[in-house]
Design a protein around this ligand. Sequence first.
Ligand SMILES: Cc1cc2nc3c(=O)[nH]c(=O)nc-3n(C[C@H](O)[C@H](O)[C@H](O)COP(=O)(O)OP(=O)(O)OC[C@H]3O[C@@H](n4cnc5c(N)ncnc54)[C@H](O)[C@@H]3O)c2cc1C
Length: 293
Amino acid sequence: MGSVKQPCSIAIIGAGIGGIALAIGLLKQDVECTIYEAATKFDAVGAGIGLGPNALKAMELMDEKFAKLYDEIKVGNTSPERVHEQIEILGAEEGFGITDGWKGGSVGHPKFTRSSAHRKALLEVMKSLIPEGTVKFNKRVLSVDQSSERHVLLKFEDGESVSVDAVVGCDGIKGVSRRWVLEQRFPEEVPAKYCNEYVYRGMTSMENAKNIIGTYAEDARWFMKDSAGWAMYPISGGTEVNIVAFIQDEQPWKGEQAVREVTREDMELEFEGFDHRLRGLLQVSSRHCCKCD
Ligand SMILES: Cc1cc2nc3c(=O)[nH]c(=O)nc-3n(C[C@H](O)[C@H](O)[C@H](O)COP(=O)(O)OP(=O)(O)OC[C@H]3O[C@@H](n4cnc5c(N)ncnc54)[C@H](O)[C@@H]3O)c2cc1C
């Protein structure tokens, strides 16, 4: 007599890249799941995302359709000789180090093809691969109780609860599931830690960027300096450039662990000693300057 397949209920906490990717993979294997998300709607924080070989391989394994749709939104390096290059490394000081004899370093592999995308575009692709209703919004998980042998009980802020067979925490670095996983053995690891580095993120049009920094804007580049770095790469079909500048910080993070707005003047002070073309890009990049840990 054939056995009757019992449905298995899986709850995913968090509808970020991790949670949605997991749902895509599970649904492809015909495993039903529900994502519980604290926010009221989908949100993509930040502008660009560059995907490494591990992420590209995972995408293909999860669902070939995912990889195909990503192909439609991705953008690579413009220079044909840099197609397989993850990033070219230059100096951030005036002259990019080239004037001091540095010829530039390169990270890449012939089997890897560089690609990046706008986070919003990636989110749209990922959303399209999960049926409507998979994500329940406004569902902040307050507790996970695994005291029953067969089920896990999730309690939400709105007073509701669900009992499921398995829970996967994809609620990010500040999420609650860290506590249930780490509290017993590594309690000191429960709160997210400041890594003594913060970033400024911005975006500008390729046209603006090329007017300021020329063809350097067309490929992924990393400008390095003592205790600071500047990464930039094309996104949005090559019409925009994503900028992430990293600053090392000896001081502890003060106040709330959240994105912090700073004035343009304060931000510009941080980039003294950078090549004038990079500082020029600060003038044309998106209006909001943020420090985030
Ligand atoms: C500046 C910067 C640049 C980066 N660039 C790259 C890059 O180029 N390439 C790359 O691969 N990675 C990059 N990363 C890393 C990448 O963005 C993250 O690893 C990734 O977004 C993490 O996704 P996640 O789904 O795990 O978590 P998150 O995106 O943090 O999502 C967690 C979700 O869980 C929800 N949530 C939290 N708590 C609860 C709760 N109690 N109940 C219900 N829902 C909850 C949140 O609302 C959120 O939607 C970058 C990160 C930063 C900061």
